[in-house]
Design a protein around this ligand. Structure first.
Ligand code: SAM
Length: 284
């Protein structure tokens, strides 16, 4: 009997993916998790009915979540990843040799365990990197209580449903702000502006209360269905997102120009070229 798995994130829009082979389908401590193989998208993981990861296109989101902020910042030593239990953002972040430490704060140990087992190529050893520190906790609690400072904070969260909802709150962003030095940078997974405009508008509105520069950048991700994916951007240094292509090329060359499949200096610059329907969400 054929099995189709439906994404249930949006109220009026559904997508179904054929599950050729189901490898896991159960509750973890925090979420409903299913992992299955699909002919078009490769191996897929969904949490609470939402696609998180597909091996055929994961490089797009993970490269753009890591390399745009890290090459824009240029001097990061300490990075905090909130969420990211599949290890993809961690893998890409660790390609920056100048980093001293990457802390990954993930609420659900089951996600890390199952992704290490069923998606070994996504983390690709990143969890075992000596610079990696894994904390199993709610990201809001971690940033509320830490007295550490991080040059870059990457919020690789689920959507604002279930345990991820708290990662889209004013208090969480205020605590991230407190955990960043003046020249720090916060980047957030902020959904599909075409279908989740209110989510991006709300985050940008909160950023504008706390940071001098709030914006977004985009990537076209095949497995987050419904238009381009947005990444929220918040910093006091307005120059970070305006870096010229030649400067990004120099930083990329200095980093050893590791191979990529989506991010590249010209794509980095173009990612900030927002169409008006998205730019209008920034004005509040
Ligand atoms: N790239 C995906 C996307 O764009 O939707 C997200 C991938 S990653 C699997 C999302 C992670 O956020 C999950 O592992 C989930 O357990 C974690 N998460 C959700 N709420 C959290 C919270 N409050 N604190 C820390 N991690 C959380």
């Amino acid at each position: 009997m054929e099995r189709w798995v439906e994404e249930t994130l949006h109220s009026g829009f559904r997508v179904r993916l054929k599950a050729d082979r189901v490898l896991f389908d159960s509750e973890t401590e925090h979420q409903q998790l299913i992992i299955f193989d699909n002919g078009d998208y490769g191996r897929v993981m969904m949490l609470d009915g939402v696609v998180q990861l597909a091996t055929k296109d994961e490089f797009i989101y993970h490269e753009m979540m890591a390399h745009v902020p890290l090459f824009a910042h240029g001097r990061a030593k300490k990075v905090l990843i909130i969420g990211g239990g599949d290890g993809g953002v961690l893998r890409e972040t660790l390609k920056h040799d100048n980093l001293e430490s990457v802390t990954l704060c993930e609420i659900d140990h089951g996600v890390i365990d199952l992704c290490r087992e069923h998606f070994p190529g996504v983390s690709a050893g990143a969890f075992d990197d000596p610079r990696t520190r894994v904390v199993i906790a709610d990201g809001t609690k971690f940033v509320a209580e830490t007295d550490e400072r991080f040059d870059v904070i990457l919020v690789d969260s689920t959507d604002p449903i279930g345990p991820g909802a708290v990662l889209f709150t004013r208090q969480f962003y205020a605590d991230c702000r407190r955990s960043l030095p003046r020249d720090g940078l916060l980047v957030t997974q902020n959904g599909l502006p075409f279908l989740q405009a209110a989510e991006l508008q709300q985050s940008i509105g909160y950023f504008r209360e706390m940071f001098a520069d709030s914006f977004a950048y985009l990537a076209s991700t095949a497995s987050y269905f419904g238009g381009p994916m947005s990444f929220g951007w918040a910093t006091d240094d307005g120059d970070l997102r305006r870096l010229r292509q030649d400067a990004i090329e120099r930083r990329y060359a200095d980093s050893g120009a590791f191979p990529t499949r989506y991010w590249r200096p010209d794509v980095h610059v173009a990612a900030f070229a927002l169409p008006n329907y998205i730019r209008d969400l920034m004005t509040g």
